[in-house]
Design a protein around this ligand. Structure first.
Ligand SMILES: Nc1ncnc2c1ncn2[C@@H]1O[C@H](COP(=O)(O)OP(=O)(O)OP(=O)(O)O)[C@@H](O)[C@H]1O
Length: 308
């Protein structure tokens, strides 16, 4: 089966001369949740907009479910639903009309049963006759998703789906996205919240300065790039790491009460046994110890920093 989205040697230079994307190659598999991460201005929205046919690319190929977004636009676009960053619905329309109208834009015959299903799945059924302007911010976001699903797309793009929403609504949105995936929809989301990617994504792509610097299964990424810390709470504070232990990956906390040992989770030997033996030899006693894994956030910050 071909991938749902296939991007090959994609470049984008805006009319201003700014090169926003450089040689992007990416495949999105059917039924996965793919999170695209990157700092402000990295090129996430540009990439999504090109795949969705809103922005023209300079060179390269984009296929949606096998259809070329440039030469076979209608077929490619019909496979895609896009939930943009900004809420752009007519405030005076009702929920039902807005969502039904969206379906018509894709040349699909009316299908009230489908619209009903979408509105019910998004807990919007009770609001179907309400005008958009009378809805809460969270409800408006749901309407945007309903619009994007109105023409039964196989692939759904969510650009910053939870920007500026409160924690509770964010959790609701995550739940919703998971349910959509369970129903067979492929999901690509951009986010600034690393926690969101950590929580939701099957795979993660990191884009920095227009280049896709990494695409990896989330768990593999966290295992490969993640570090673990062992923190030893000392019996007596130290002034500095003893000279005799300076060959180890040890740091002293600012107040001198904790020794922090960092090790690679992917390494076969962590060196912990050696560390503990040498501490005992040096008479460095500790009363407590704990380990901590780096979060995706720390991994991401290091990746993007390394690139700059
Ligand atoms: N229409 C345009 N003309 C010229 N430059 C543009 C245009 N749109 C975007 N850019 C530039 O292209 C780069 C990538 O922008 P893009 O919006 O894709 O980034 P992003 O990763 O989505 O950022 P954010 O996280 O802030 O939304 C930025 O430097 C931006 O200023």
């Amino acid at each position: 089966m071909h991938p749902d989205i296939s991007v090959t040697n994609l470049y984008k230079t805006y009319a201003s001369g700014h090169q926003a994307l450089k040689d992007i190659n990416l495949e999105i598999r059917r039924g996965e949740i793919f999170a695209l991460l990157g700092p402000n201005g990295a090129g996430k929205t540009t990439l999504i907009s090109i795949i969705c046919g809103i922005v023209n690319h300079t060179s390269g190929t984009v296929l949606a479910d096998g259809h070329n977004i440039a030469s076979d636009y209608r077929a490619a676009r019909a496979r895609i639903g896009l939930v943009p960053q900004e809420l752009n619905t007519d405030a005076f329309e009702t929920v039902w009309d807005t969502v039904s109208f969206s379906r018509g834009l894709f040349g699909k015959a009316p299908n009230p049963a489908h619209i009903e299903k979408v509105l019910k799945s998004l807990s919007l059924w009770d609001k179907r006759d309400s005008r958009i302007m009378a809805l809460s911010g969270g409800m408006k976001r749901r309407v945007m998703i309903a619009k994007a699903l109105s023409h039964e797309p196989q692939i759904l793009f969510l650009d910053e789906p939870t920007a500026g929403v409160d924690v509770e609504l964010r959790r609701d949105m995550w739940e919703l996205v998971r349910r959509l995936r369970e129903s067979g929809v492929t999901i690509i989301l951009t986010t600034h919240y690393i926690e969101e990617a950590e929580e939701m994504a099957d795979r993660i792509g990191v884009i920095s300065q227009g280049q896709l610097i990494l695409v990896e299964d989330k768990h593999t990424l966290m295992r490969k790039l993640g570090k673990k810390e062992l923190r030893l709470h000392l019996q007596a504070p130290l002034e500095s790491v003893p000279e005799s232990l300076s060959d180890l990956q040890l740091e002293l906390s600012e107040d001198g009460t904790e020794l922090v040992y960092t090790f690679d989770t992917s390494e076969e030997r962590t060196g912990i046994a050696t560390l503990l033996r040498r501490l005992a030899e040096q008479g460095v006693d500790f009363k407590d110890l704990r380990t901590r894994e780096s979060s995706l956030e720390e991994i991401f910050v290091n990746l993007v920093k390394a690139k700059v």
